[in-house]
Write a protein that binds this ligand. Structure first.
Ligand code: NAP
Length: 332
């Protein structure tokens, strides 16, 4: 049996290119006692991969040149010398961008794929993506019923979960997304009260109209100009959840910081970053709330699947071009 793995070949300059990766093919290794072999089925494609590929200081060390590209994934156990992980079980974890993983099971979580509408939900709404939306809104944003919550990249993986969770909490939700098709999805299918098409409308003007008394919580996935537009409309004691800044990830040393940050002073507001890895030990608590919402049809996930490990870089670029519509996965 052969093993295909995508290695980081170069640090990207701007948007990641195909040539930043190199495919390595080798013989599959034999298992030692306690090990499992996972046939990786789906990879989670995440905007932060661009950060992991660079030398930038982050919550995880950079992926080394020549190393297998870091990626979360799910797969099925096809060979086992570990009684806790039988053949046929599905697992999720940091599999790396490869078609098989040999592991001692540390960091791997078993899940029942047959209870999900699609196994990919373990990487989207019931994985780190959904947990990011949940803990970001509740712990950092402290969102409460009746409050005005604005969410950027609202049709995306984290954003779409955040819109639905905020609706389920009883908040008034304004989504921001690019283009009429994504905006219609955010309003008609996810249930946002209003939506702003940042590619075709003036965000500050629309925010003034939709939030005449200001914004209580802003769930920021994008940074840049949209963050600045929101900063001008904060309500007293507003909370800005710094989840991500995708508009700036390919900017290298030209990252644009917020110009209107002084509004935080007059609004006595708080802007706080967070990383989901600090909350993973509390997954069960979040899933106990989210699973009944999903069963009641009040929390779902759209998947956007690119086929083949060879198309990993292309799948990653889709995030920065806004071509993905839902959680971006690569099927192996
Ligand atoms: N803090 C954490 O622990 C954590 C965990 C997971 C993810 N995140 C962050 O959450 C954010 C969303 O991640 P995701 O996985 O859910 O991706 P996603 O939203 O599914 O995909 C990225 C979306 O970003 C939007 N976008 C791209 N360039 C943009 C720009 N210049 N201005 C405005 N919007 C832009 C695009 O939507 P449009 O077509 O609408 O432009 C695109 O579809 C990212 O910033 C990510 O880094 C943080």
């Amino acid at each position: 049996m052969s093993h295909r793995a995508l290695h980081l070949a170069a640090r990207p300059d701007g948007t990641p290119k195909d040539s930043d990766f190199e495919m390595h093919v080798s013989e599959s290794a034999a298992l030692a006692e306690g090990q499992i072999r996972v046939a990786v089925k789906f990879l989670s494609i995440d905007p932060a991969m661009r950060v992991w590929m660079s030398e930038q200081k982050s919550y995880w060390p950079p992926v080394g040149l020549g190393e297998v590209m870091r990626s979360a994934g799910i797969g099925e156990i096809v060979e086992s010398r570990n009684e806790k992980f039988p053949v046929g079980a599905w697992v999720s974890g940091m599999t790396g961008a490869q078609d098989e993983l040999v592991s001692d099971g540390k960091g791997m979580q078993r899940f029942d794929a047959s209870r999900l509408p699609h196994p990919g939900w373990a990487l989207s709404v019931f994985g780190a993506t959904g947990l990011t939306a949940y803990f970001g809104l509740l712990e950092i944003g402290a969102a409460k019923a009746g409050e005005v919550v604005v969410i950027s990249a609202a049709s995306g993986a984290v954003g779409s979960a955040a819109v639905q969770i905020a609706r389920n909490l009883g908040c008034r939700v304004i989504g921001i997304a690019g283009g009429p098709q994504k905006c219609a999805y955010v309003k008609d299918e996810l249930g946002a009260d209003a939506v702003i098409d940042y590619k075709n409308e003036k965000v500050s003007e629309k925010l003034r109209g939709y939030c005449p008394d200001g914004i209580d919580v802003y769930f920021d996935n994008v940074g840049g100009e949209i963050l600045d537009a929101v900063l001008k409309r904060l309500r007293l004691k507003a909370r800005i959840v710094l989840c991500g800044g995708i508009s700036q990830y390919n900017a290298g040393s030209d990252v644009r910081g917020p110009v209107n940050y002084l509004s935080l002073i007059s609004a006595r507001a708080r802007m706080e970053g967070f990383v989901i890895i600090d909350y993973l030990h509390r997954s069960a608590e979040a899933l106990a709330v989210m699973a009944p919402w999903a069963q009641a049809g009040k929390l779902g996930s759209k998947l956007d699947i690119v086929h083949g490990l060879d198309h990993f870089a292309e799948a990653l670029r889709r995030l920065y071009d806004g071509k993905n519509f839902g959680k971006q996965l690569v099927k192996i």
